[in-house]
Write a protein that binds this ligand. Structure first.
Ligand code: GLA
Length: 384
């Protein structure tokens, strides 16, 4: 898919001239499952994303066409309610706009992209942010990017019903080429960290095992952390957030927390510390030490947070066998999707080939490999 194909599809379906937008997926270097647990995260926008072609149609109907699925959907703007399926990511956005009593009219929209679905690169946030950004431009809603990020998050909570954190939407809207964002998910304070890895590259390996956050596992983790945190607050003085709790304190209260919530809280407190250390290491060009933290994150996600799967664990174990991979871990929500790997530039393609061959032998699946390139956040493509 490309912006040109989306524009052509629009011409074929609707015959008017649209405005074109690109909304990126995201990577995340470290800080996983802590955006909804008072943590810091380190995402960036990728060059893979979703293109939108949108034009007002002088009616009160929104007409959508998904170029990837070859499916159409129309709805009057006066009756926006959740349905089953991909439409929810779009309808949830319209609902958020209406909740703010902002005025939009009917429009036609064709969208499609190249961010792999279910790969942990947040195609869902790319869709939500892309539509919201386009509506903001076309109907001059005057929304700030950070406001749009929280609206898109709300849209995902209320329509698809996944209680996601803010990371994906923030990265999609606020990304900057050649940078990642160090985002404080409690305050939404952020700063850009230049992504200069010197002799290393970031490479994603897609297990091709599709994850679906809508399965309920994601919301369940969030619930377990809330319960664990509430318990810890009764046991420790002056605790306002997970940030005020040290992993050793969680260890001390294992019995009171119960096995599952203990593991979840231990992971969260460790990952909050790790991400803070990682930010310093990235700025100091300490790639090897940074990579070690990535391996530790994977271990925690697999053993304590229990959001990995055998295919992801296999890829990380394979990565450990190659000296030129200095860090590897599952990226995003988990249960499938991609690993993110910090690999020496000189032989990443060769090493990735070895790993995908071993993976094919083990699971009979052709894993896909992408070298990461970062991009700017959601934007209009001027001049088509
Ligand atoms: C998904 C969610 C994010 C975040 C990650 C895990 O991508 O949308 O908010 O919680 O999982 O870090």
């Amino acid at each position: 898919m490309s912006s040109i194909k989306i524009a052509e599809k629009f011409a074929e379906k609707f015959g008017t001239t649209p405005r074109l937008f690109f909304s990126p997926g995201r990577i995340n270097l470290i800080g996983e499952h802590i955006d909804y647990n008072d943590g810091y995260v380190m995402p960036g926008a990728t060059d893979k994303g979703i293109w939108f072609a949108v034009a007002p149609n002088a009616t009160d109907t929104a007409n959508f066409y998904s170029a990837d699925l070859n499916e159409a959907y129309s709805t009057p703007l006066t009756t926006i309610t959740p349905v089953e399926g991909w439409q929810n990511y779009l309808l949830g956005v319209i609902d958020q706009v209406q909740k703010r009593e902002l005025t939009i009219q009917g429009f036609d929209c064709v969208f499609g992209g190249n961010v792999p679905i279910g790969a942990g690169m947040s195609s869902s946030a790319a869709v939500e942010c892309g539509l919201l950004f386009a509506l903001n431009e076309i109907f001059e809603l005057q929304l700030q990017r950070t406001t749009m990020a929280t609206m898109a998050q709300k849209a995902e909570h209320t329509f698809p019903g996944v209680k996601v954190g803010i990371m994906d939407m923030f990265a999609s809207l606020m990304g900057k080429q050649n940078n990642v964002i160090l985002l404080d998910c409690m305050t939404l304070d952020y700063r850009y960290l230049p992504l200069d890895l010197e002799e290393y590259s970031l490479v994603l390996i897609n297990t091709k095992v599709k994850h679906s956050l809508a399965t309920g596992e994601y919301n369940q983790r969030r619930q377990q952390c809330q319960e664990g945190f509430a318990k810890l607050q009764t046991l420790l003085p002056n605790v306002k957030s997970f940030r005020d709790i040290k992993p050793e304190e969680v260890e001390k209260h294992k019995a009171e927390l119960g096995d599952v919530n203990y593991k979840r809280c231990l992971y969260v407190t460790q990952e909050i510390e790790r991400t803070q250390k990682a930010a310093v290491l990235l700025e100091d060009n300490e790639q090897e030490a940074f990579g070690k933290l990535m391996f530790q994150t994977h271990e925690g996600l697999s053993q304590l947070y229990e959001v990995s799967c055998k295919e992801l664990d296999f890829l990380v174990e394979q990565a450990k066998k190659h000296a030129s991979i200095i860090g590897s871990r599952l990226m995003g929500g988990g249960f499938g999707g991609c690993t993110i790997n910090l690999v020496h530039k000189k032989d990443w393609a060769e090493v990735a080939e070895k790993i995908t061959t071993a993976y094919k032998q083990e699971f009979d699946i052709d894993a896909e490999v992408y070298e990461v390139a970062t991009s700017d956040g959601t934007h209009e493509i001027v001049g088509g």
